[in-house]
Design a protein around this ligand. Sequence first.
Ligand SMILES: Nc1ncnc2c1ncn2[C@@H]1O[C@H](COP(=O)(O)OP(=O)(O)O)[C@@H](O)[C@H]1O
Ligand SMILES: [Mg+2]
Length: 430
Amino acid sequence: MGLRMDEASFLQAFGLDGLEHIAAGIAVAALAALAGGLFKAGQLFGRRERDGEQFELRMNLKQAREKLEASESAARENERQINRMTSSLEETRRRAAADGDALLRIHDAIEHGFDRDLGETPAWRSQASRMPIIVIGNLKGGVGKTTLTANLGAYFGDQRFRRGRDGKPTLFIDFDFQGSMSSILLSAGRNFESGAMIQNENRASLLFQPGLEGAEALTLGRETPREHLEGGQFFDASVDLASHEERLFYDWVFDPGRGGDARLRLGSVLYSPEVQDRFGAVVIDLPPRTTLFAYNALCAATHVVVPTRDDRLSTQAARTFVQFLELGRQGFWPRLTIAGLVGLNTAQQPQQAEQVDRALEQTARDISQLWMGPQPDIPYCGKIAWMRQIAETAGEDFAYFNEVGQVVAGSPHQVFTELGDNISRNIGLI
Ligand SMILES: Nc1ncnc2c1ncn2[C@@H]1O[C@H](COP(=O)(O)OP(=O)(O)O)[C@@H](O)[C@H]1O
Ligand SMILES: [Mg+2]
């Protein structure tokens, strides 16, 4: 194997020859191959290294993108949360304002009750009633309010005598949740009509529906029983009346704009042309408390009659009632007239009758001092004797229709007729 000149000279230079030449040649070739391999490996390694960097860069980029997306969605979630919190804050603020308003209203309602100034003056307040609207009241129970209301209503509504204005029938209203007057009317109905038990329906509360018109009210009343009371109506009370009254009060406290002032609802019905045309007199039985319905009755009434027993507690309660009337006179019932004091005579001895009259006349003078209303004096209208027939008839019929005279004082019919005549004179009906 020949060596090229440069190789030969190379070998000569190092003093190599023969096999040594071959071995040296192989070594040189191996060295050259190794150098080439190393170079290539270096190149490959370099490329690998760059690929690794790129991969890493791509990975980093990908991670960075993912992080960016994650923070963007976190930002969106935060924004949604902020929006939710803002709207719930607004809701809380709105509720706090409403609750604060309600608290002020409750506070005002507790502080002033029914005594706060009337917020409005509907037209009927300056309209004269064509029929007497008579409220029977005393802040004591058991003084004969209910007995008097029912029988006075029967006196005015009795079609045989036509004592109501223009001979028209009576409208009876029961504002005592005890419902005693309703029982008198309902039981009279049972006795003289169907014979079946008739239920209390608390129609009196229906008179307070917001915006109730007179014509519609007339469809809600019950027909009065008894042929002599034909054409009359009554609005009865049941135990539910008290809770209706309370609900009306709170409806008014929380939503005063709805249905107008809760103390003036009855008046807007009673002064409507339909109701004014239909009846000759209205009688209203009050509970022995100053309730919201009592305010309604007094705001609408033309007259009050105050029954009292001839004992000190009852006359004291009559005084308290007149004081209460005086307190509300200018603000609520400026046109109200006290048509009279009526005695319920519990004295058993006939010889005590005159003494009772003197005492009740004195009470009438006393309460006149407390009252600054349109008429100078509160008249004493006479007394109702304590009669077995009256107590026995109660819950079964009107005592007024009992015309049998069995006692010295005369029949219940006669007693209530005399009393009714006195009251009619006082209110200018006769
Ligand atoms: N003149 C009277 N004679 C007999 N009992 C009467 C008389 N007036 C009322 N009563 C009875 O006395 C009780 C109380 O009368 P009531 O009219 O219900 O009073 P008030 O409505 O003021 O609570 C009732 O049981 C009633 O029947
Ligand atoms: Mg009563």
